[in-house]
Design a protein around this ligand. Structure first.
Ligand code: C5P
Length: 222
């Protein structure tokens, strides 16, 4: 392969958590660091790709040579992804909040003495991976998602690949025994239409480099 096998290819990567506003000062979110998604964007750029990274709020530095679009909510993340199309490959590594508030309070919720706490009605967020996978004429040629599983890792990832309509799923075991959660390393099983590849336990940077090389190989072959 040439040194920059992804020159002329466009890539979209989502990374980090999303933030779902409750009122002007409060939100619902999660602990995603954005490390894996940012590493993937950097690895694709090193192979020559024109990369748009759509990121929720993280403390990662912007990767070199990458166009970074900063968003907060899942709805904003989806819009930014759709605005980045067309792309050759999309990799959804963001930890999108599953739910958002059914109604956004326009002013700060007040506590009043003796009154019960507010109950927050939630509704589902859009599924960005599934939406990109079903984007018709503007569907990326290769759509890649992640699956964090605690049991039946490969079987659940195979089912998730079918349900989301994506091409590849990178499944990782996040059970407490695996040491993956919050750790440096990742043990990946790559689920494709052709079967399952078991990758050795390696750093998130190494996972990103191997994924970028695998994407280059795939896009060069088709
Ligand atoms: O459904 P689940 O959250 O397990 O799926 C994980 C995969 O789907 C990840 O690739 C994640 O980035 C993507 N996802 C998404 N939008 C959502 C939920 C998950 O893109 N609302």
């Amino acid at each position: 392969l040439p040194h920059q096998p992804l020159l002329g290819r466009r890539a979209l990567v989502t990374s980090g958590p999303t933030r779902e506003a409750i009122d002007p000062v409060r939100y619902i979110s999660n602990h995603s660091s954005g490390r894996q998604g940012h590493a993937i964007a950097a690895a694709l750029a090193r192979l020559g790709a024109d990369v748009t990274l759509v990121s929720g709020p993280v403390s990662q530095l912007d990767p070199a040579g990458v166009r970074v679009v900063k968003v907060e909510s899942a709805d904003q993340m989806l819009s930014a992804c759709q605005a980045a199309l067309p792309v050759d490959v999309a990799i959804c590594a963001a930890a999108v909040a599953d739910w958002k508030l059914a109604r956004l309070a326009g002013s700060k919720l007040k506590k009043s003495p003796g009154a019960p706490p507010p109950s927050l009605e939630l509704v589902p967020n859009p599924d960005i991976l599934a939406t990109l996978s079903a984007a018709g004429n503007s569907r990326p040629r290769l759509v890649v998602g992640f699956a964090a599983e605690t049991e039946e890792v490969v079987a659940n990832a195979v089912a998730k690949r079918a349900r989301k309509g994506c091409d590849w799923i990178l499944a990782n075991d996040v059970s407490p025994a695996s040491g993956t959660f919050g750790g440096e390393n990742n043990t990946i099983h790559l689920v494709t239409a052709d079967g399952v590849e078991d990758w050795p336990t390696q750093s998130k940077d190494a996972v990103a480099a191997r994924l970028a090389a695998r994407i280059a190989q795939h896009l060069t072959a088709i």
